[in-house]
Design a protein around this ligand. Structure first.
Ligand code: 5GP
Ligand code: ZN
Length: 121
């Protein structure tokens, strides 16, 4: 399930440029920007431009999009300063639902990395 922008959604507002963000990458389907409260020295969010509430709503129509997000994540992680595998690396997280720790109800992939210790994670 995908839908048009939800006017109450903070990530839809960022995608529309109504709220500023520090952009990492943009293409037709995706916006990637730095998290406003980073848990790690590198912490950015990969967000589909379509308003999909969470991983719980994805279907076969999202397979290509999810594949693109996961294959782009390592490239952007290195670009943003994560050190290479295996000594460096990064953590990729999709919080889903209240008990999954999701606060913003617009599907997003967290990519976190950089030297430890981190604030969280
Ligand atoms: P969740 O807990 O839903 O997985 O993660 C939401 C993330 O969005 C949090 O890490 C939070 O810091 C980030 N966030 C919330 N509002 C904004 C915002 O207005 N701008 C940016 N750049 N990040 C935000
Ligand atoms: Zn949204």
């Amino acid at each position: 399930m995908s839908s048009a922008a939800d006017p109450a959604c903070i990530f839809c507002k960022i995608i529309e440029g109504k709220i500023p963000s520090r952009k990492v990458h943009e293409d037709e389907e995706l916006l990637v920007f730095h998290d406003i409260h980073p848990w790690a020295p590198v912490h950015f969010l990969m967000v589909p431009k379509a308003h999909v509430p969470s991983l719980a709503q994805v279907g076969p129509e999202h397979e290509a999009l999810l594949g693109r997000m996961l294959t782009l994540a390592p490239k952007l992680a290195l670009q943003e300063g994560c050190r290479p595998y295996p000594d460096g690396g990064y953590r990729v997280v999709i919080n889903t639902g209240a008990e999954g720790g999701q606060e913003v109800r617009h599907l997003h992939v967290h990519v976190m990395g950089g030297p430890r210790p981190w604030l969280k994670g």
